[in-house]
Design a protein around this ligand. Structure first.
Ligand code: FES
Length: 393
């Protein structure tokens, strides 16, 4: 299904800014840390503006609001005063909470008969762990099964490796990064693109809603580049030679799997790139807003080696160059651009859509897709009306 949203651009942009918040989509599971980082010691994080403390008790990961309901002290400064229990005790006056349900179970400065016990509660958040990653549900509503929000390609991977950093900017800019026809231009001088003929150069419809492999439905970006050796009137021929012809390492290392990466997006704002950063892999990235000007850029590379030999080869290629050249250096070029977009938007009013050109078709299609598919969203203006369609067909 080809999605061409350009005709409705103004309406889509207006609704997008109205319904897709800068702070992120709460009605979804988001990755926030690695399982090994969550220990008995409280770990403080700000997620979509909420101060949260993550910790482990009896082997299970939990998350509670990082503010004691007594005087607002950060619970991340607290401790476990009853070893082996599911509790966290506030550093200030010893209020002690069950981290599973948030109930106040003791007030250590008021004795075992304290009347306040059972009468206060700290907010809890649902937490799940899959593939060594900790996922959190930040909405007030009951969470959906976590598997609904984790792509199958990640759930089924035998190798899962991450790069994580706090980026300056806003998640909405970064999730739209793939569709801007930037890959072959911005990244053209990166070590990665010099070695990998990553993207094809065919022109065509940019946004296609479809499946690729066993990874469910995604919005696929089929706009692949600007063409080669075009004549620009009065300027000359550009580009002078085809990008990616310098070494084409993947032709040797990965065979045909090393080329033709396809970039896709889905809610809550996950970008997927096939055959990145090495052939035969799937790469996913999440953008979890932390505060008004920062987000957690959570990159995950998934491999599917089956034998020991395949695993050794995958790891050698990944750590030998794919992780560094792709996930670290190549993606840092994106960060530099999307940070600028955020700074510019803040200066000029973030609800001001940029002038659009043809490759922005994918950006618009993503916005339309997000509005139509939004979980718990109410965007009736863009919803398909099957009853009417059936009646007329
Ligand atoms: Fe936490 Fe007083 S502020 S116990």
């Amino acid at each position: 299904q080809v999605i061409d949203a350009r005709a409705d651009a103004a309406r889509i942009n207006e609704l997008f800014y109205q319904h897709i918040p800068e702070s992120g989509l709460r009605n979804y599971w988001h990755p926030v840390a690695l399982s090994r980082e969550i220990t008995e010691r409280p770990l403080a994080r700000t997620l979509m503006g909420d101060p949260v403390v993550l910790l482990r008790r009896q082997g299970v990961a939990y998350a509670v609001a990082n503010a004691c309901p007594h005087r607002g002290t950060q619970l991340s400064k607290g401790s476990c005063e009853f070893p082996g229990s599911r509790t966290l005790t506030c550093r200030y006056h010893g209020w002690t909470f069950d981290v599973a349900d948030g109930r106040l179970v003791a007030a250590l400065t008021d004795g075992p008969d304290s009347a306040i016990v059972g009468k206060a509660r700290v907010r809890t958040y649902a937490v799940a762990e899959r593939q060594g990653i900790v996922w959190i549900w930040l909405a007030d509503s009951a969470p959906v099964p976590v598997e609904q929000d984790i792509p199958r390609g990640l759930l089924e991977a035998s190798e899962v490796h991450t790069v994580r950093r706090v980026a300056a900017g806003n998640w909405r800019w970064h999730v739209e990064n793939p569709g801007l026809g930037h890959a072959t231009f911005l990244h053209r001088d990166s070590a990665y693109m010099r070695m990998v003929d990553m993207f094809g150069y065919a022109e065509g419809p940019s946004a296609v809603l479809g499946t690729e492999g066993e990874d469910g439905e995604w919005l696929l970006d089929k706009f692949a580049g600007m063409g080669n050796n075009r004549e620009y009137p009065g300027l000359g021929t550009w580009p002078p030679k085809r990008f990616g012809e310098v070494i084409k390492l993947t032709k040797f290392a990965d065979g045909p799997l090393g080329v033709n990466s396809i970039v896709s997006v889905r809610l809550p704002g996950i970008v997927r790139v096939s055959n990145f950063p090495i052939g035969g892999s799937l790469y996913y990235e999440w953008f979890v807003q932390t505060d008004a000007d920062h987000y957690l850029y959570f990159q995950v590379a998934c491999g599917y080696p089956k034998t020991l030999l395949q695993r050794a080869s995958w790891l050698a290629r990944f750590y030998g160059w794919g992780r560094w050249a792709g996930m670290v250096r190549f993606n840092a070029q994106d960060l530099s651009m999307t940070e600028d977009s955020h700074t510019y938007a803040k200066r000029h009013g973030s609800n001001d859509p940029a002038p659009l050109y043809r490759p922005d078709g994918f950006q618009l299609a993503w916005r339309k897709y997000a509005l139509e598919q939004l979980r718990g969203g109410k965007v009736p203006e863009l919803r398909p009306q099957p009853a009417i369609r059936e009646a007329t067909s």
